[in-house]
Structures are given as structure tokens and as C-alpha cells.
Design a binder for this molecule. Structure first.
Ligand SMILES: Nc1ncnc2c1ncn2[C@@H]1O[C@H](COP(=O)(O)OP(=O)(O)OP(=O)(O)O)[C@@H](O)[C@H]1O
Ligand SMILES: [Mg+2]
Length: 261
């Protein structure tokens, strides 16, 4: 049986524009797949298809060989978590509470009801709190547990968003442009973290990384798929991709058009 997430001939059109043109790819169950491509290539559209924000006109998705019809609010139950461009943290909650919200689907009485002062299970809340703290500790930011997100540097906030996603114990993590807004040193730290996720103990997690930042993709991915104008123009190991003239052409073409950043 085919393990992990796969897209089969996925097509998405916005009016006359084909944003994804029969795209097929596979995220190995124990690896990191990078999706790169110049501006407008279809990366975010692909991410949105996997999250269930965009429904393809044709094609299909499978998870471990079984048909997958993602819905944003059901992702966690399927073992899929995501971070979005920007951090999307709740400003009124502490770091720890933000991370706890990532795991609420595992709680019976519901941490959200607790937040709104409704009856709750103390045992559930203690368990969520312990788990959230452990994830913060794993990411090296437990010292910020009681801080308000707005008081923290961007790189730390971004790590909190990652902790919130990991608190759901996903088997697959979807990352959209996680290097955006980070300095070189923070990108190195992020690379190390992402590279370790497929061997995470006790919750190993495959990664689909949608990223403009070529260095990060080359540093962390086992496999890379390159999109250009909605089509897969290359896929392979980072070394194969780096040496592929079609990839260089796509990025150079974008640079010449002045549309690359
Ligand atoms: N909701 C939408 N309606 C109409 N066109 C859209 C929509 N979303 C994306 N597009 C178009 O689809 C194409 C692919 O866009 P997408 O955002 O997926 O590219 P991208 O690879 O993420 O680009 P970037 O590197 O700039 O983030 C672009 O031409 C874009 O203008
Ligand atoms: Mg995008």
C-alpha cells in the first residue's frame, strides 16, 4: 500500500487561469517533501488543496492509499497539521494557551469551553497543559510559556505557531513559507528543526514544505517538486533539482521578468 500523502493529477482553475495543471506528487510517510517554484507557480494553491480550502476541479488525493477529501476543520483528526503564512497566533492567549489550542481535538471536555468559563474536565486540561509544555520544551521555548505572543520576537512567535501545530501530534505537517521574515541564523535553526521531524520521538511526522526560499528547501528536503505555471517541471533529490536546467530556466525567467523576490 502507498504510504503517506499523494496527489494524483490535481487540476485547479481560477476562471481562465490554470493554477494547478494535473499535478501529481507524493510526500513520503517518513520524509520531507519540498515544493518550490517562482511567484505564481501554484505553491499556495497546492497547499490550499491539501488543507481543503480549495477543491480541485479534477484529480484526487490519497492518504496511505485511501481517498482523502480534506476539510480545514477536520485536518487534525486525519493526523494533518499546518502553519500558515504569518503566525496566526491568538493575541489574547499566552504562548502556552496558544499551543494548547493545537491539541484540543484530543481533549474530551474541550479546552475551548474552559477558556469561555464553561464546565470542563480538570484532568483533560492538566494533560493538555503538560503536553503543550513538553512541545514548547522540545522547541527550546518553554521559557516563554506565560508570555503574550505580541511581546516576543518574530522568530519565537513563529516557533510557537510550529509548537501549536505539533501539539496535535500530526503524522503530516504542512508548512507554507516558514522562512518568510526570518534572518539567516533563524533559517538555519528552522532547517535543523524541520529536518528532525520525520524522526521525532514519539510522534514522527512527515513534512510538506511549500517554500520560495531555495536554501531552506535544499537543506531540509529528501525530495523536491518544482512547479512553474501550475505544472510539475522537475522532481527529485535536492542535488538533481539544483542541476536541472529546466529549474534554473524557470527561476531565471522569473528573475528576468522582474517578478521573483
Ligand atoms: N483565489 C484566486 N483567484 C484567482 N486567481 C488566483 C487565486 N489564487 C491564486 N490565483 C492565481 O493562481 C496562480 C497561482 O497562485 P499561487 O498563489 O498558488 O502561487 P504561488 O506559487 O504561491 O506564488 P507566490 O510565490 O507568489 O506565493 C497565480 O497566477 C495567482 O494569481
Ligand atoms: Mg504563495
Amino acid at each position: 500500500m502507498e504510504q503517506g500523502l499523494a496527489l494524483h493529477q490535481v487540476r485547479v482553475r481560477f476562471g481562465g487561469l490554470t493554477a494547478l495543471d494535473d499535478v501529481s506528487l507524493r510526500v513520503p510517510a517518513t520524509g520531507v517533501l519540498g515544493v518550490i517554484g517562482p511567484n505564481g507557480a501554484g505553491k499556495t494553491t497546492l497547499f490550499n488543496v491539501v488543507c481543503g480550502f480549495v477543491t480541485p476541479e479534477s484529480g484526487s488525493l490519497t492518504l496511505d492509499g485511501r481517498p482523502l477529501r480534506p476539510r480545514p476543520h477536520r485536518l487534525n483528526r486525519l493526523g494533518i497539521a499546518r502553519t500558515l503564512q504569518g503566525t496566526g497566533l491568538f493575541p489574547g492567549l499566552t504562548v502556552l494557551e496558544n499551543v494548547m489550542t493545537g491539541a484540543t481535538h484530543t481533549a474530551r471536555a474541550g479546552f475551548l469551553s474552559a477558556l469561555f468559563g464553561l464546565p470542563r474536565s480538570d484532568r483533560d486540561e492538566r494533560r493538555l497543559r503538560r503536553h503543550a509544555l513538553a512541545v514548547l520544551d522540545e522547541l527550546g521555548i518553554a521559557g516563554h510559556a506565560d508570555a503574550a505572543p505580541a511581546t516576543l520576537p518574530f522568530a519565537v512567535r513563529q516557533r510557537v505557531a510550529l509548537a501549536r501545530a505539533l501539539a496535535a501530534r500530526p503524522r503530516l505537517l504542512l508548512l507554507d513559507e516558514p522562512a518568510g521574515g526570518l534572518g539567516a541564523e533563524d533559517i538555519d535553526d528552522l532547517a535543523e528543526l524541520v529536518r528532525g521531524l520525520p524522526r521525532r520521538d514519539p510522534d514522527p511526522c512527515a513534512v510538506l514544505l511549500v517554500e520560495h526560499h531555495m536554501d531552506l528547501v535544499m537543506a531540509v528536503c529528501d525530495e523536491v517538486t518544482v512547479l512553474d505555471f501550475g505544472k510539475v517541471i522537475a522532481s527529485g533529490t535536492p542535488e538533481q533539482i539544483r542541476d536541472d536546467p529546466a529549474v534554473t530556466d524557470a527561476y531565471l525567467g522569473a528573475a528576468v521578468d522582474g517578478s521573483a523576490t
